[in-house]
Design a protein around this ligand. Structure first.
Ligand SMILES: *[C@@H]1O[C@H](CO)[C@@H](O)[C@H](O)[C@H]1NC(C)=O
Ligand SMILES: *[C@@H]1O[C@H](CO)[C@@H](O)[C@H](O)[C@H]1NC(C)=O
Length: 477
């Protein structure tokens, strides 16, 4: 009788393809079986795992560089696990409360996060610990100049020491800002200010293209290499924009207030942006006030539809987050008959407070989450879009009666800004007290919890809430 075949007698390519489909916990168990299997997992398993379980992040890059593949996989598995348990995170403010009510904006690179609030810029760097440190606060010029609050911000380039930023202001100005050694020098970017006197609502950049949008609907798209600009007019109250150059036809998306055109896609051709909507992303809203889109983002990388650049995630005035797949075949004529309309492939909402969505970002645990900043009580709502009925919402530290004007989600952290402060919700393992700046507080209820490293915040689960008929009709999972 032939000796029974052992697992290790299998050809190595078969073993490797088995290892390729294992999750982190199974790989860890396999390393305990025997030395040859441990060697196989250490040599190939962890790096395979990391390749097929990408966790995009900005601030964690420096930390991850120091870790072995095994330690990275462990870190990611722990992060995914705390997202799954929803409530295990640490909430921290990033600085003292601002005076007055501001409408801050954020932008992020792999080296730092920059917050524009009123006329000030706050630069936070990411360290390898991983921690977030306040590097500089810079007040931009003349306090008497009118309308110089920052309304939009984008990082063009950040090599670690030098940062090139573009800022848009309430008065329509667009300015370049060079940040180096904790000082800022203004420069004239190769774009005209096309938004005379009207706030610049949004600046987005990708590769060498820069897209700017004014509150009045003036759009400029500029190739920064050639300084060639082209402009279109949306001719309606506009809130936000989104640029996608990786999709099969590059496009820009605009969030505005307009019954049948609150979210329009304009394709980009050789000679510039299409002046009319190429596609309209629809809703069933029949009320002008509710038909407004304030936030647009890409899909989370591990979305069920794939990490396609053809997916658009949007936050609406009626409190719904609607996801669209531009590849979808079911198309209708828009309500006004002027363009092709797509219906959402997924709609989610917080059933307790269907507040307008002001900001949106994708990523998080398992790279499958959406975070949405809402209009009141500094609430951020989260959904794992593989299981969207199990969403939850968190009040930011301080519980300000304020919208969350901007959110940025990376694998373990969600950064946000309210009218009074910047904050972070951290789902990472081993968050220490020094991971974030020390912020003195006025009363204990606003301070660190007795257990130590996070501030008190309240949160609630969506699935224990009763869903009204109206909303139930809308929710598409
Ligand atoms: C967290 O801390 C514990 C105990 O100090 C340590 O064993 C563990 O490896 C740490 N985890 C990570 C991901 O650093
Ligand atoms: C911008 O212009 C440069 C130089 O002509 C060109 O190589 C590049 O492709 C342009 N970028 C886009 C996105 O069209």
């Amino acid at each position: 009788m032939a000796a029974p075949l052992s697992l290790l007698d299998l050809p190595s390519d078969v073993l490797l393809s088995i290892i390729d489909i294992l999750d982190a916990f199974s790989l860890a168990r396999l390393t305990c079986v025997c030395k040859p299997l441990k060697a196989l997992v250490d040599d190939f398993g962890w790096s395979y795992y990391l390749k097929s379980n990408v966790r995009p992040s900005y601030g964690l890059g420096k930390h991850r560089e120091l870790l072995s593949s095994r330690a990275r996989a462990k870190y990611d598995a722990l992060v995914d696990h705390s997202w799954q348990r929803a409530h295990s995170f640490v909430a921290r403010p990033l600085l003292r409360q601002w005076r007055g009510k501001l409408q801050p904006v954020m932008t992020v690179s792999e080296h730092r996060i920059v917050i524009g609030a009123g006329r000030s810029l706050y630069f936070y760097t990411f360290t390898s610990t991983p921690a977030v440190k306040l590097e500089a606060q810079i007040n931009l010029e003349n306090p008497h100049q009118h309308g110089r609050d920052i309304t939009s911000l984008a990082i063009l380039d950040d090599d670690g020491t030098n940062v090139e930023l573009i800022a848009g202001f309430e008065n329509g100005d667009i300015q370049g800002l060079d940040y180096v050694h904790k000082t800022v020098c203004p420069f004239q970017p190769p774009i005209d200010s096309l938004h005379q006197g009207v706030a610049v609502k949004s600046i987005k950049n990708m590769d060498d293209m820069l897209l700017s949008l004014s509150a009045g609907g003036d759009v400029a798209i500029t190739n920064l290499t050639t300084a060639d600009s082209s402009c279109i007019q949306l001719e309606r109250k506009s809130w936000t924009s989104y640029l996608s150059l990786r999709s099969s036809t590059p496009f820009a998306a605009f969030g505005t207030t307009a019954i049948s055109h609150a979210l329009d896609i304009h394709y980009m051709y050789e000679d510039g942006l299409s002046p009319v909507a190429s596609l309209t992303l629809g809703s069933s809203i029949q009320n002008a006030r509710q038909a407004a889109v304030y936030a647009i983002a890409s899909a989370p990388p591990a979305a069920p539809w794939g990490a396609s650049p053809e997916i658009v995630v949007s936050g609406w005035y009626d409190g719904r987050v609607r996801c669209y797949d531009l590849r979808a075949r079911t198309r209708t004529l828009s309500n006004d008959g002027h363009s092709t309309m797509l219906t959402p492939v997924m709609t989610v909402a917080d059933p307790l407070r269907c507040e307008p969505i002001y900001s949106i970002s994708s990523g998080g645990g398992s790279a499958s989450h959406i975070a949405a900043g809402t209009a009141r009580h500094s609430v951020v709502s989260f959904w794992d879009i593989r299981n969207p009925s199990r969403g939850w919402s968190v009040h930011a530290p301080g519980n300000d009666f304020s919208p969350v004007y901007d959110v940025v989600l990376e694998s373990s952290r969600c950064y946000g800004v309210t009218q009074s402060r910047a904050f972070v919700l951290d789902y990472g393992p081993n968050v220490t007290q020094d991971a974030y700046p020390h912020v003195p507080v006025n009363n204990a209820r606003d301070g660190l919890t007795p257990a130590g490293h996070g501030f008190y915040v309240t949160q609630y689960k969506h699935w224990s809430q009763k869903i009204s008929g109206d909303l139930a009709n809308d929710l598409l999972y």
